[in-house]
Design a binder for this molecule. Structure first.
Ligand code: ATP
Ligand code: ZN
Length: 357
């Protein structure tokens, strides 16, 4: 997620990608609105009865794991510090992040019963209450009155726990810092689009440093992300994007984010009928997080940050969409990348781009 505050320079390859994508967008007709039902019927995704909340089968999980390994190989030369957090963060840090300013509708707080025996009694009584909605009977949600906020919230993006941690460590080294994060994330956006889940995993690389370091990182990852998706034999385009800022003011912030070209997405046709789905995103936050958390470069200047986010579920869904539900019938080179020896395939791809790992 980005908060635009000043003009950002764009490297030429990004501008080219954008022009190309404008040309391809017009021909978009690759949706498959049957995907969700087909995956559920095949037992690959398990319906829980709530839109956007699924169980995953062994094969789905295996693909996520193999993709994750391919991403590790792709970033081996980054010497990123690997950090893993549970899918929750300190509420205090979340409040400080200003997420609620931009996306109050997506946030997930964690509540818990913290009362006495009397409160417990009230809770159990309230659980028995039934409300009538038309013909239907439903349990009242009055029992929730007994629940109180905890000091935790659900993580909205894998990079969020990283920034307060970097800040605590003091000034950055001269060449900044790079992190590797992976987390389940929560966003309250129930949908029947299988690509829009409420809980999903994001793998991220995060760069913290000078504007030049951070912009070079983003450009590198636009190219590397494209390489991965090419090796997966998925059709894609890179396009300028914006985050879904909330409210009346949100449109202005989104327009400004676009004008400053802070967010790019790698889009693949998955299930939605109107447009392809963002499977990877490449975000430049400028000094937004640096200022919020007081992250300093070696020379005391405010640090800039960027991140590349790989949507693990969306990329997996894209593979099923384009190669079919039977993984044994997937193209040989895709199978080799995921279940064979991925290292030489990836180093060859990187070498071709002049990015030897
Ligand atoms: P969108 O515009 O579709 O809401 P996004 O590009 O704003 O998504 P980011 O905030 O950049 O999403 O998150 C990084 C990555 O996480 C995305 O590129 C995508 O692959 C994945 N992602 C985001 N939201 C969801 C979701 N609701 N379900 C599954 N994956 C998601
Ligand atoms: Zn991020």
């Amino acid at each position: 997620m980005n908060m635009p505050t000043e003009q950002a320079a764009l490297v030429p390859a990004e501008a080219t990608a954008q022009t190309q994508s404008n040309a391809t967008q017009a021909h978009y007709d690759k949706s498959d609105v049957t995907l969700r039902d087909r995956l559920i019927e095949a037992g690959i995704l398990i319906d829980t009865g709530e839109d956007g909340l699924y169980g995953r089968s062994a094969i789905f999980e295996d693909i996520v794991e193999r993709l994750n390994q391919a991403i590790t190989l792709l970033g081996a030369d980054q010497h990123a510090e690997v950090l893993r957090f549970p899918p929750a963060m300190r509420r205090r840090d979340f409040e400080d992040s200003e997420y609620l300013k931009s996306f109050p509708n997506l946030a997930g707080t964690i509540h818990s019963f913290q009362g006495s025996d009397r409160g417990h009694h009230r809770l159990l009584e309230a659980l028995e209450k039934i409300v009538h909605i038309g013909e239907e009977e439903e349990r009242s949600d009055e029992w929730m009155d007994q629940q109180k906020p905890t000091r935790l919230v659900l993580t909205p993006a894998a990079c969020y726990p990283i920034y307060p941690l970097v800040a605590k460590r003091g000034n950055l080294a001269k060449d900044g810092a790079t992190f590797d994060a992976f987390s389940y994330c929560f966003r309250h956006e129930p949908s029947i689009d299988p690509g829009r889940m409420q809980m999903f995993r994001m793998r991220e690389y995060i760069r913290v440093g000078s504007p030049e370091q951070v912009m070079a990182f983003r450009q590198k990852w636009i190219e590397r992300g494209s390489l991965l998706v090419e090796l997966l034999q998925l059709p894609f385009e890179i396009d300028l994007a914006n985050d879904p800022f909330f409210g009346r003011g949100g449109k202005i912030v989104a327009d400004s984010q676009r004008a400053q070209q802070l967010k790019f997405e790698l889009l693949v046709p998955v299930a939605t009928p109107d447009r392809p789905t963002a499977c990877l995103s490449f975000n430049y936050h400028m000094e937004h997080f640096g200022e919020l958390w007081h992250i300093r470069q070696a020379d005391d200047a405010v640090a800039h940050t960027a991140c590349v986010g790989f949507g693990m579920e969306r990329t997996t869904l894209a593979l099923f969409r384009h190669h079919g539900l039977d993984v044994k019938a997937w193209p040989a080179s895709v199978r080799e990348l995921l279940w064979g020896d991925a290292a030489p395939i990836i180093s060859k791809g990187l070498a071709k781009m002049g990015q030897e790992a």
